[in-house]
Write a protein that binds this ligand. Structure first.
Ligand code: HEC
Length: 149
């Protein structure tokens, strides 16, 4: 019995050490640590940072008629947005709207070698539609066709 108690004590002690060992900035129990990481991962603002970068790359790819690269950017825009909508479910409905109404026509125009520049402008308008739906119509989208010539 004594031996069993000792064994249990050692077991508890070693597992306590494992979960309670302090990380430099990830402190607290497992839940606290995951919450801290989640907070640092940020929300839709950081999603938009990636989306905006890839949106400009998409434009460059279309201009260069590099279809494979354009499709790659479109795919990553969707991935960033869909991960974002998991992190911030209050945006999900608007993202779903975008996935139905903005991504497929853009993809189709590239695949079928249609008028990709006109479709890119429609695509941009749908970014703006979402900004209005989400209450941030004042957040502008720099139109790359105005800065490039
Ligand atoms: C869910 C709808 C939604 C869609 C679709 C969307 N946005 Fe946004 N966007 C937002 C919201 C909400 C913000 C405000 C940031 C936040 O969430 O705190 C924002 C912010 C931005 C910002 C400002 C970022 C900053 O920090 O200054 C840019 C630029 C941007 N979006 C570009 C785009 C582009 C380009 C597209 C289309 C490819 C797009 N957005 C599509 C909802 C959306």
């Amino acid at each position: 019995m004594k031996q069993l108690t000792l064994f249990l004590l050692v077991l508890c002690f070693s597992s306590c050490i494992q979960t309670d060992s302090e990380h430099q900035w990830l402190s607290g129990n497992e839940h606290h640590r995951i919450d801290t990481v989640a907070r640092h991962l940020r929300g839709n603002d950081v999603v938009m940072w990636e989306v905006d970068f890839r949106y400009k790359k998409l434009y460059e790819a279309l201009e260069a008629k590099n279809d494979a690269y354009a499709l790659y950017q479109l795919k990553k825009i969707k991935l960033a947005m869909s991960n974002g909508s998991e992190r911030r479910p209050k945006r999900k409905k608007s993202y779903e709207w975008f996935f139905t109404n903005a991504i497929p026509p853009m993809e189709k125009a590239i695949n079928e070698k249609g008028d990709t520049m006109t479709e890119f402008k429609n695509f941009t308008n749908k970014c703006m539609t979402c900004h209005s739906m989400e209450g941030v119509p004042f957040m502008p989208i720099e139109q790359p066709w105005l800065s490039h010539n």
